[in-house]
Design a protein. Structure first.
Length: 903
């Protein structure tokens, strides 16, 4: 093979001419090997046969040159797929099937786009087969993917030599345990630089691109797939690349490039960890990337304004990126002015609709998409992007002038977006989360130069934030529409758009347009949303639109028309089940999918839950999770069903899995703790509740459980904090007197152990016991304020607390308030209420007598006690004269009278 031809193909890839690379002679020779293997007499080779033949022809080769060609073709195919589904614009000259590319079919011929009736087939059999192959662990592909065979081509070329031939060939048991079918023998068996032998030795770039293929396949699915995540964990390309770079003797001029390569590896690893909820691992990768880029990121405050009419500057959150002397990627060819131009301006112009297509004019596919955009634009004419809220805050310096932000390279901007994603995944889903993300997004948007995907990602994140506020909701919708339209413009060039395609999480085209459709529905533009969903073949969303318009009959007709075309589409059978509420349609979906449709089992489980048949629901959740265990909502629902069925052991396992996969799920942590509390495992319950309160800060029930577990584990300071939160979030309706009693007893016990019971201590002490006393005192203060005269027990606790901490006057006052709180309880008619009231009176009287003995009170000051006792005895005489409490009051009255007489 001519090395020059291979180098030319490589240059085509670097220049963004991916189709030219696939048309190169080395690529054709590789792809023709599958075409030439077809049986004699077959004039055509369907997609299934072609890919089987291709896999057989490339799987066993160990020739270095052939492996290089194989890697190059796989990379070019992957980038063709990403250009069509992520960055845009789609290259209409790319043949629909890979077999056509191999056979040298007429690539310049373009089939005119035709308007097909709603519900009819719009996808070729080969593409539909490829989409089915891309599904993994029961998770379906989202929407209508363009050129799916090219992603499958990249997968076929890169994964079989590594022992990852299949994503669906394993048993349910292996997948339920998190292992992937076709599992490798170990991470070192794929050519890692540690010297372990494996099935085939492959270079580090092969491993990295194989991991990228799996990551892209995961991004086109509706949810995390266990088989893909297991494959990614086995490849571990980031660790391999970093180890390889450190092992090699690189020249001095290569050190900066090696640092950027390592940083990119960490950014990609962090993005993948965020996808599956491994927040701590992602944080470690972001820290490593920041060090390699010489950038330290911190969030601080600066004076600025957020609205047009705001005159006085207020403190705003702002990101400060402190760059060291380490070379950044600004000086690299990656960011040269001649190479990139100003992609921020390209994106802004494309979003505004001021760019035109290439020299040849718009293709028929582009014309159809433009027509659909025009229809949406007409319906959105009433919306306005004008708002008195600035898109990004305008910071001012001490002299009142505007403060310019620091200039950041593209790698540093990707790091900031990764930080924003870390905030999103690692904090509770409340209104503050978006504001914590905003400084990172604003820092990217304020850059004069940004890569296409970096700026698009920042715009998308800002649109998601702005749609949560009424004042900017219309601007958010228009901004999202502009981001979508920018993917369909011709500029900037594909090679520029592809930068950072793996290090930032910009959604795939169908998911991005689905998000736009959902926002159109929220804005009341259901008609535009229906056109968009039809284009994407998102039949579930389209059916939802029909149901919103109360056109269930038309929705059912649509599903039946689609089933006439694709009778084995499990998603359609599930949609029909959603419309008719008939379980047999879900069963049909399960059967026709060869027991792989997790959605069918999830729908059956939810149907059983609605009927309160929790054992049946749990069995369906078990089947769904056996196919794909990476579904935190499924584990949570399974745990709930197991609790209802009194299967607490299985419920504990299910909630544990839910919390592991989605650490920010406060309900999972709370339910996990509830089971531990029921089983009296208080230490484990306290650990789980410590996580739960991070994400359910406004739930007084969670704080009550937290305080209860803290008391049981002697974490009294945390228990006092929990009680404070219960009182605050329940607006005083819950005071948790039993927990307050335990806290007061803890304070009393600590004082007794220290020999300081009843003594006032210096106010400057900072020991833990003093901190506990302050916390308990604050909790009692809040509880007494919320008692509103009806909390006799709260005042009793206050009295005991003040007595233990050396404030007898306050203790006597609290005891009197307890008596007054119980006076209206009807104690004259109920023995139980009389017992409580008489006990409070006796306690108050004894403390008053103790005050006289200690010299704090004069004997004449207890006359009120005498009158209180006489009144209580007189009213209790008729009903309770024979009770011990009555005798106790009589004895105390005699003692008071004796002291007053001076005897």
């Amino acid at each position: 093979m001519n090395n020059t031809a291979l180098e030319e193909a490589l240059n085509d890839v670097l220049k963004g001419q991916y189709l030219a690379a696939l048309q190169s002679e080395p690529a054709k020779r590789l792809l023709r090997s599958a075409v030439q293997s077809r049986p004699q007499g077959d004039t055509e080779l369907d997609a299934d046969s072609f890919f089987q033949a291709l896999a057989a022809s490339v799987n066993d080769t160990q020739d270095e040159r052939a492996s290089g060609t194989q890697l190059l073709v796989a990379v070019a195919a992957l980038l063709v797929f990403l250009q069509a589904n992520l960055t845009g614009p789609i290259n209409e000259k790319v043949p629909e099937t890979v077999a056509d590319l191999a056979s040298g079919a007429d690539l310049g011929h373009e089939t005119p786009a035709q308007q097909r009736p709603l519900g009819t087939e719009t996808v070729s059999p080969g593409d539909r087969w490829a989409v089915a192959q891309l599904s993994a662990s029961g998770e379906d592909v989202v929407g209508h993917l363009k050129k799916p065979q090219y992603l499958l081509l990249a997968r076929t070329l890169l994964l079989p030599p590594l022992g990852l031939e299949s994503t669906e060939g394993g048993t349910d048991e292996t997948e339920a345990s998190g292992a992937a079918p076709g599992q490798l023998q170990g991470a070192g068996s794929i050519g890692a630089p540690n010297g372990h032998s494996g099935q085939l030795q492959r270079p580090l770039p092969w491993l990295w691109w194989a991991a990228r293929v799996l990551a892209v396949q995961q991004r086109v699915l509706s949810g995390p797939a266990a088989s893909l995540q297991s494959g990614l964990s086995q490849l571990m390309p980031q660790a391999s690349v970093i180890d390889g770079l450190q092992a090699e003797k690189l020249p001095g001029e290569m050190h900066a490039a090696a640092s950027r390569l390592e940083a990119a590896a960490h950014l990609e690893a962090g993005a993948r960890d965020h996808d599956v909820g491994r927040v701590a691992d992602a944080e470690g990768h972001l820290e490593a990337a920041g060090k390699l880029l010489g950038t330290e990121v911190e969030v601080t405050g600066a004076m600025g304004v957020r609205t047009v009419h705001q005159k006085d500057a207020w403190a705003q959150l702002v990101v400060k990126a402190i760059c060291s002397s380490v070379t950044t990627d600004d000086s690299a060819p990656d960011d040269s002015a001649a190479d990139s131009g100003d992609e921020a301006e390209w994106l802004d112009a494309a979003a505004a609709g001021s760019l035109v297509s290439g020299e040849g004019g718009a293709s028929s596919g582009e014309a159809q998409r433009s027509a659909q955009q025009n229809v949406r634009s007409v319906e959105m004419q009433g919306l306005s992007s004008d708002s008195d809220v600035l898109p990004v805050p305008r910071f001012v310096n001490a002299e009142g002038g505007e403060e310019a932000g620091s200039r950041l390279g593209s790698g540093q901007q990707a790091l900031l977006l990764g930080r924003a994603q870390a905030v999103h995944r690692g904090t509770a889903a409340d209104e503050l989360r978006a504001w914590r993300m905003a400084p990172y997004i604003d820092a990217v948007l304020q850059q004069e130069r940004s890569r296409y995907l970096l700026r698009s990602s920042a715009r998308l994140l800002r649109a998601r934030h702005e749609r949560e506020r009424n004042r900017t909701r219309e601007r958010a919708l228009l901004s999202l529409q502009q981001v979508v339209e920018a993917t369909e413009q011709q500029l900037p060039a594909p090679s520029h758009r592809m930068r950072h395609a793996f290090s930032v999480r910009f959604p795939m085209g169908p998911s991005l347009r689905k998000e736009l459709g959902e926002q159109l529905i929220a804005a009341g533009l259901v008609g535009s949303a229906m056109d968009l969903f039809e284009e994407l073949e998102l039949w579930d969303a389209l059916i939802l639109c029909y149901r919103l318009l109360e056109k269930n009959v038309q929705a059912e007709e649509l599903v039946h028309r689609r089933l006439e075309v694709t009778a084995d589409d499990a998603r359609l059978w599930c949609a029909l089940g959603d419309l008719t509420l008939k379980e047999e349609h879900y069963e049909t979906a399960w059967q026709r999918s060869s027991h792989r449709s997790v959605r069918a089992q999830r729908s059956l489980a939810r149907s059983a839950q609605r009927e309160k048949n929790y054992e049946k629901a749990a069995s369906h959740w078990e089947l769904a999770l056996a196919v794909n265990p990476l579904h935190s909502e499924g584990w949570f629902a399974l745990g709930y069903c197991c609790i209802k069925a009194s299967n607490f052991g299985r419920a504990l396992q299910a909630f544990s899995r839910a919390a592991q996969q989605e650490p920010e799920n406060g309900d999972a942590w709370n339910n996990l703790a509830a089971i531990h509390l029921q089983e009296r495992r208080y230490k484990e319950a306290f650990s789980a509740l410590s996580e739960a309160v991070k994400y359910k800060r406004e739930s007084w029930q969670t704080w009550a459980n937290y305080a209860h577990a803290a008391v049981q584990t002697s974490n009294f300071l945390q228990a006092a904090r929990g009680v404070n939160q219960v009182i605050a979030f329940s607006q005083g309706q819950r005071r948790e007197e039993d927990l307050l009693r335990a806290l007061v007893d803890a304070v009393t016990g600590a004082r007794e152990a220290a020999g300081t019971l009843g003594q006032e201590l210096p106010g400057g002490r900072r020991d833990p016991d003093t901190q506990l006393e302050r916390a308990v005192g604050e909790a009692l203060k809040q509880a007494s304020a919320a008692a509103s005269g009806a909390g006799g027990l709260v005042w009793d606790l206050c009295a005991d607390y003040y007595a233990a901490t050396g404030f007898p006057a306050s203790a006597r006052e609290a005891a009197l308030k307890q008596v007054r709180a119980l006076q209206g309880s009807g104690w004259q008619k109920s023995e139980g209420h009389f017992s409580a009231y008489s006990g409070a009176v006796a306690k108050y009287a004894r403390w008053q007598l103790e005050g006289v003995r200690q010299g704090d009170l004069q004997p004449r000051e207890i006359s009120s006690v005498r009158m209180l006792l006489r009144g209580a005895i007189k009213q209790a005489m008729e009903r309770f004269e024979e009770t011990p409490k009555y005798a106790q009051l009589t004895a105390i009255l005699k003692e008071v009278e004796d002291i007053e007489k001076g005897t």
